[in-house]
Ligand binder design. Structure first.
Ligand code: GLN
Length: 536
């Protein structure tokens, strides 16, 4: 029977529930259990696809094309197991389903209410992944903070589900903050006590407290937390600030979080967790033999969470190369023809980021022209790839008004065009070309050297594409399409023939980089930037 672990958050947001959930899952997986993680978010958007990155950071896309919360990225990076649409559910999606059922008459004249109809739908979704029998344990992270009006139906659903599942089949981990008051020189337990009281008011007694803290929890503090929150003292888990999120599984191991959880679920503590590969990765991550600087040119640089997966991709690729990758965020809008050399000074490689809309376009083009002409390694992702095509069109092919249809629908040279299947779409949510598509790589290209094979699959999130009417012209001038969709001919990868490293993809490689499988494009780009630095 599948067992369920629920992770709630108290006191404040941003405590890192996703990392705790992923770390626990990693430990359980390393003990041989089959685990997946799902996130339930209390906002009304059907999914985060329509959200501005400034709202919740990056939108993470799964293999099956779901636009999801960025925590799913952590789950995949830690577990190396793909997630899907079923792993991320919002209030909006729950209501949409219930309201549609109501319109279809499925409730047979009943009054449709939050309880039982909304909570029933939440419970149904919470158990969907468990139905396959594929998983031993399902960890469900509840977004938001306990006490928020909007999370109430989710907490109530957890309460009911715990009762339905019966003893020993579920547990609740409450992640809380134990703040340090410098003036008093003390760690304070009161916010946690209050937050647990709120949970108790809703009928949920947490089994384990994971306490975020800047200082070690003394035995005395642990006892106080245990006594006032009705948990065993060994169920008070310290989660001290770590230098990297990848340390957290080992920190949780030290605190016996996995053992405590398994004991409460009456599951055997079989096998000590096998974390050899994880530790080897950490060893390389923490002992780099070199260092490079990469410029990340983008539009949302004030909020690094907007580029979460890219940053993690660099961490994985850096470890593989035993090289520390320092990422410097450069606001695309600030890059002009005049200051580009100054802005990119000291950079060993430049990445132009994904994005939407015109803001910052010129800055991206200036950066790309500079790295193309100065043989600096370049990596373009999605909009970054489209920009490299526009830049080449304007400055090499002499198509002065080369542009993307997204930026200028009246250009006489739409080198990036709206995809045919997008032309009649008016809805914004979930309508892009999303998820995994095959890509065929041409032999003899840099892309082939990087991937070492001709058939790959990568994840997508875009509306526009390379306009194949221009392909011959581009290839004749040295920008070649080295990867394309075998069914539609859509250009997936472009690269420059006479450049040390100029590779750009229409897809998002960052979404597939994990600790166990760092993405080859990131690994090669970091290696190229390192070589560039050494040659200086
Ligand atoms: N705005 C571009 C498109 O829709 C690129 C999208 C992206 O970078 N994810 O095609």
């Amino acid at each position: 029977m599948t067992k369920y672990i629920f992770v709630t958050g108290g006191v404040t947001s941003s405590l890192g529930k996703g990392i705790i959930a992923a770390s626990l899952a990693k430990l359980l997986q390393a003990r041989g259990y089959k685990v997946t993680i799902q996130k339930f978010d209390p906002y009304i958007n059907i999914d985060p696809g329509t959200l501005n990155p400034y709202e919740h950071g990056e939108c993470y896309v799964t293999e099956d094309g779901a636009e999801t919360d960025l925590d799913l990225g952590h789950y995949e990076r830690f577990l190396n197991v793909p997630t899907s649409q079923a792993n991320n559910v919002t209030t909006g999606r729950i209501y949409q389903h219930v309201i549609q059922q109501e319109r279809e008459g499925a409730y047979l004249g009943k009054t449709v209410q939050v309880i039982p109809h909304i909570t029933d739908e939440i419970k149904r979704r919470m158990q969907l992944l468990g139905e396959s029998g594929e998983y031993d344990i399902i960890i469900t992270e509840l977004g938001g903070t306990v006490g928020d009006i909007e999370s109430l139906p989710f907490v109530e659903a957890v309460r009911q589900l715990r009762w339905e599942l019966g003893a020993n089949n579920s547990l609740v981990i409450h992640l809380t903050l134990v703040p340090y008051l410098a003036a008093a020189g003390e760690l304070k337990t009161k916010p946690t006590q209050h937050s647990v009281k709120t949970l108790l008011e809703y009928g949920v007694q947490p089994d384990i407290l994971v306490c975020r803290t800047e200082h070690k929890l003394s035995q005395e503090i642990r006892k106080k937390l245990a006594q006032f929150c009705n948990v065993n003292i060994n169920a008070v888990v310290e989660s001290i600030d770590a230098s990297t999120i990848y340390d957290v599984p080992l920190l949780m191991l030290k605190e016996n979080l996995d053992k405590t959880a398994l004991t409460k679920l009456k599951l055997p503590n079989k096998n000590e967790p096998n974390l050899e590969n994880w530790k080897a990765f950490l060893g390389k991550l923490k002992n780099p033999t070199s260092e490079i600087c990469i410029a990340l040119v983008g539009k949302y640089v004030e909020l690094p969470d907007a580029y979460k997966s890219i940053i993690e991709g660099f961490i994985h690729a850096g470890a593989t190369n035993e090289c520390k990758v320092k990422v410097s965020y450069i606001a695309a809008e600030s890059v002009t023809k005049e200051n580009v050399a100054e802005k990119l000074k000291g950079m060993d490689g430049v990445l132009v980021a994904p994005g939407f809309g015109e803001r910052g376009l010129d800055g991206k083009l200036n950066a790309i022209q500079y790295v193309r002409e100065n043989n600096i390694p370049f990596f373009g992702i999605c909009l970054g790839m489209q920009c490299s095509v526009i830049e080449f069109g304007r400055n090499v092919l002499g198509l002065k008004d080369a542009n993307s249809f997204e930026m200028d629908a009246n250009t006489s040279n739409p080198v990036i065009n709206l995809m045919e299947e997008q032309k009649n779409i008016t809805n914004m949510g979930g309508t892009m070309r999303l998820g995994a598509y095959d890509c065929e790589i041409k032999k003899g290209t840099k892309a082939f050297a990087i991937y070492g094979k001709t058939k790959i699959s990568e994840r997508h999130r875009h509306r526009y594409e390379f306009n194949n009417d221009y392909l011959k012209q581009y290839e004749a001038a040295g920008m070649i399409a080295s990867g394309f969709n075998p069914e539609t001919g859509l250009v997936e990868i472009v690269e420059l023939k006479n450049h040390p490293f100029f590779v750009a993809g229409q897809f998002h490689p960052e979404l597939k980089s994990t600790v166990a499988n760092p993405h080859p494009l990131f690994v090669s780009f970091v290696a190229a930037a390192l070589a560039n630095k050494k040659s200086k």
